[in-house]
Ligand binder design. Structure first.
Ligand code: G6P
Length: 593
């Protein structure tokens, strides 16, 4: 009985043009590696199908480019949670007759039925993946149809989510199709690309088409797009990307994570330049709505939680913060005058897309705060606020987290009718962000990293706005260094977690002008149990064994207080021999539930 190999995210690419396809595809896969890095593979047509695939990170796989000739190719970088990370399970997957190759991002939910159906027709399966049914379905339909019709018929059989790139031996074209998984088209000079994300081809072209749900595209010498639901050929606008390859490269930095941390002076400035008019319009929507929900996952959820404190203190508004994956539990409460604010870096997270769709079905309005232009969430929204952080490649959210905070803080100020004040407050931070991300500040934080690198646990506490910061800080540390880290509200510590404190346990205590007294009280409770206290805030205290001074920025505190921990998490990862850009078991955008 085959078992399901759950593929959460992957990167795919397809190319047709005059260049050597394998080279284009391989380079593209390298930029997509953040989407998955346990195995990779390439197929080119010359016009016979040529395939190379293996387990490992892309730069560890020895692709023999001589054996991958031709100007048409597809490629895949994979990330699986369980099931075999084996050569057989790597994409591309090939049909029984060896003529059709498919790369797939997503999951085919009815693959077992399809497999049984195909087995009854004599097809043999060589892998444990859900994807292998697709090339075989196409082979079956090609007995009586041409390639395009066979693909269309096969797609009709699929349930689940997919971005696919497909080639057929002897035909100089790539067919690609998407449903609930991202796929963009690059329009070059006599060449075309399809990929999960823009960096895969930005070095060749900045002209991009964002495919819609159920779009199918054929690329060869020309480009044709069909919408399978509408059952007709469609036109989609071509957009120009306003960032370049340099921004998607590491530059002088050893890792994307550090580059993106250091970039925050710029990304915060860019997020500040955001659409004043739109922010104002959204603030009216918030004031008009009977109920407002803020939803997100992971770091985006923490940004929502942080924002709820700001809406409360500035605009005297209570916004309900809900994990996108839990939102269905509130479905019955959603009404036509509800407003859902969906926060997502990628705009492709399956949990958030599903939550938004269900809110829309109930007639609610949707506002999205997104970084990736043209992503699925951008099309599901009544209003859109772009984060403008530029591409974030490292799996961990750093600059995009602070950009989310910038947009949400501006929105809270705007809802209180104090937009200009909010903008000025964040502008004041910029010099400070420059300082805290500088090499000097990083060297200072390294002393702390050295001290606590062998710890088993790290606890983090904060009150008010510093509570979501403690949660996000804990997430950063555990995601990348694998040290167990947990964030608490300062007042909650004595209700359980204090039992874990032993001599030398590192405890990070976030303070602010507002919470200093109580936080110092909590710090002394910890100190009395032998904890090693790390203070982060505007003022030092005798209780602190290590202190990182962070300016007092009131409602904007959350933006500057997280940065030292991003740096700490990065350094802990390095000191513990972990790869900061490729944390184990994690993926940047999780496109299935
Ligand atoms: C993944 C990433 C997290 C991210 C979360 C939400 O789990 O590893 O870093 O915060 O998804 O992603 P989104 O793109 O919706 O903000």
């Amino acid at each position: 009985m085959p078992y399901k190999v759950l593929i959460l995210v992957c990167g795919i690419i397809g190319y047709t043009g005059n260049k050597k396809a394998s080279k284009v595809v391989l380079k593209g896969l390298m930029t997509l590696e953040y989407r998955g890095y346990d195995s990779a593979g390439i197929v080119t047509l010359d016009p016979k199908i040529r395939i190379q695939k293996n387990v490992g990170k892309i730069n560890q796989i020895d692709f023999d480019m001589e054996k991958l000739p031709g100007n048409v190719g597809i490629g895949h970088t994979r990330w699986a949670t369980h099931g075999g990370v084996t050569k057989e399970n790597c994409h591309p997957h090939i049909s029984n007759n060896g003529k059709i190759a498919v790369v797939h991002n997503g999951i085919i939910e009815n693959y077992q039925e399809l497999r049984t159906f195909l087995e009854a027709k004599g097809f043999v399966f060589n892998t444990q993946t859900d994807t292998e049914v697709i090339p075989n379905l196409i082979e079956m339909y090609m007995k009586e149809n041409d390639f395009l019709d066979a693909v269309k018929k096969s797609i009709k059989m699929l349930e689940g989510s997919y971005a696919l790139a497909i080639v057929c031996e002897g035909l100089e074209k790539v067919i690609a199709v998407r449903k609930d998984s991202p796929l963009v088209v690059g329009v070059g000079d006599e060449e075309f690309f399809v990929a999960s994300d823009v960096p895969a081809f930005i070095e060749h072209t900045k002209k991009v088409i964002y495919l819609h749900e159920n779009d199918l595209v054929i690329i060869n010498k020309k480009l044709k797009i069909f919408n399978l639901k509408e059952d007709r050929e469609v036109e989609r606008p071509v957009h120009n990307i306003d960032w370049d390859m340099e921004q998607a490269k590491k530059g002088n930095f050893e890792h994307f994570m550090l580059k993106e941390i250091a970039e925050q002076t710029e990304s915060i400035k860019k997020s500040l330049r955001n659409n004043t008019k739109e922010i104002e319009r959204v603030s009216w929507m918030i004031n008009d709505a009977r109920k407002v929900y803020l939803i997100g996952c992971g770091s985006s959820y923490h940004a929502c939680l942080s924002a709820s404190y700001k809406f409360s203190s500035l605009a005297k508004k209570h916004l309900d913060v809900v994990l996108a994956s839990e939102f269905s539990n509130y479905r019955d409460l959603i009404e036509q005058d509800s407003l859902v604010i969906a926060v997502s870096q990628s705009g492709e997270t399956a949990d958030i897309l599903e939550a938004v769709k269900s809110a829309k079905e109930k007639g609610a309005k949707v506002v999205s705060i997104v970084n990736v232009t043209g992503s699925s969430l951008t099309r599901e929204s009544d209003e859109l606020l772009m984060m403008n952080s530029g591409p974030e490649i490292s799996v961990l959210s750093t600059k995009t987290y602070t950009s989310q905070l910038v947009v949400l803080t501006l929105l809270a100020y705007a809802t209180a009718g104090r937009y200009d004040e909010g903008k000025a407050k964040i502008k004041d931070l910029i010099n400070y962000v420059y300082y805290i991300t500088s090499a000097n500040a990083r060297d200072y934080i390294r002393k702390l990293s050295e001290k606590i690198k062998d710890s088993e646990h790290i606890y983090l506490i904060g009150r008010g706005l510093q509570y979501p910061t403690a949660l996000e800080a804990a997430l950063k540390i555990k995601e990348v260094s694998y040290i167990h880290a947990e964030g608490f509200a300062g007042g909650e510590l004595k209700h359980g977690a204090i039992a874990m404190i032993e001599k030398g346990t590192p405890c990070i205590v976030f303070t602010s002008d507002l919470t200093e007294k109580e936080m110092v009280g909590n710090a002394s409770e910890l100190k009395a149990r032998g904890a090693y206290i790390i203070g982060i805030g505007p003022r030092n205290n005798d209780l602190f064994d290590f202190f990182i001074k962070v300016m007092q920025a009131d409602e904007a505190n959350s933006i500057c207080q997280i940065i030292p921990i991003q740096i700490l998490a990065y350094q802990l990862a390095l000191l513990r021999g972990c790869d900061p850009d490729r944390p184990r078991n994690l993926a940047k955008s999780v496109t299935v539930k």
